[in-house]
Write a protein that binds this ligand. Structure first.
Ligand SMILES: [Zn+2]
Length: 131
């Protein structure tokens, strides 16, 4: 039953997750955000059904901000997708409490876990004290 990880194993896992997580998060969000901005810019610049519709509702100088406002969900989607990818990565290579399944990397402070050596959610010991 006693399969607690050592401090060294936990630190290595946090470091590996940090490098891969940052790469994954920005590798997904930055290109997709750029694509969304390009789409919004192209739509605002061209004459299409959306700009024709908006031209009858807003002043001409507010047409571009109105198009970007409509594109807001598209511009936010990369960050939602990146956050989902981080949770996916956490399930694949992250550390979890063997008692309650709570992530020991996402939404918690690894330094505090190393210091206190127990799960922040259930309070059970997760790091082997002998090492
Ligand atoms: Zn726990």
């Amino acid at each position: 039953m006693d399969s607690e990880m050592t401090v060294g194993e936990y630190r290595a896992s946090v470091r590996r997750f940090g490098v891969l997580g940052i790469t994954l998060f920005f590798g997904i969000s930055i290109p997709l955000m750029g694509l969304g901005l390009f789409g919004a810019h192209s739509t605002a610049q061209s004459h299409n059904w959306l700009t024709k519709f908006l031209a009858s509702w807003v002043r001409p100088d507010l047409l571009r901000p109105a198009v970007f406002l409509i594109f807001l969900p598209v511009l936010c989607a990369p960050f939602i997708l990146s956050t989902w990818a981080l949770h996916w990565l956490d399930r694949r290579i992250g550390c979890r409490c063997e008692h309650c399944g709570c992530s020991l990397i996402l939404r918690c402070d690894p330094k505090l876990i190393i210091l206190e050596e127990h799960c922040p959610k259930c309070g059970m010991s997760v790091i082997d004290l002998a090492t």
